[in-house]
Design a protein around this ligand. Sequence first.
Ligand code: IMP
Length: 185
Amino acid sequence: MQALLDKETYEKKIKRVIISEEEIKEAIAKAGKYISDGYNGEPILLVSILKGAFVFLADLCRAVSVPCEIGFMCAKSYYSGTNSSGVVQITMDLDQDISKYHVIIVEDIVDTGRTLSDVVKLLKARNPLSLRVVTLLDKPERRVVDFVADYSLFTIPDFFVIGYGLDCGEYYRNLPYIAEYNTEI
Ligand code: IMP
């Protein structure tokens, strides 16, 4: 278990808001329409990658106006702080047979691209009707594997971000906006 963060340090580490609640809301309405218009009444399964995408999924699924189901997977690539371990572990798998669905992976951020490239390979091998990836954030400068999401709501530069589901050491997921994390304090 990690040490508790005191309130003052907690607040100081929120450097600046880079994407506001309002901007997120607008972008999600568009992404919801992209999904609602894309499948002609066929079965849709939204697959959220935990933990980072839980807030995004909760808002995105409510912006989808056609029937859809929800599934969860847990893929871990950051074990502490702001450094990627480079190892992707599936710690919780889906319980649906995805061969009957058009699967849409709902991710918080594509950084090195390792997590999604592994998850996509894994899910494609289960023969879904189709597979797309919708990501809230994309950090293309950090890519180490060739990976492009089908739909990305925001492209951001190479800095560590927190909020709206994204954490640093498990904190800040509950911020309603996306902020730059202050790594200098
Ligand atoms: P990737 O495998 O390097 O693309 O990393 C994907 C995962 O790393 C994401 O699902 C996040 O959980 C985490 N991650 C990457 N960049 C950030 C960031 O700036 N803030 C918080 N988590 C991040």
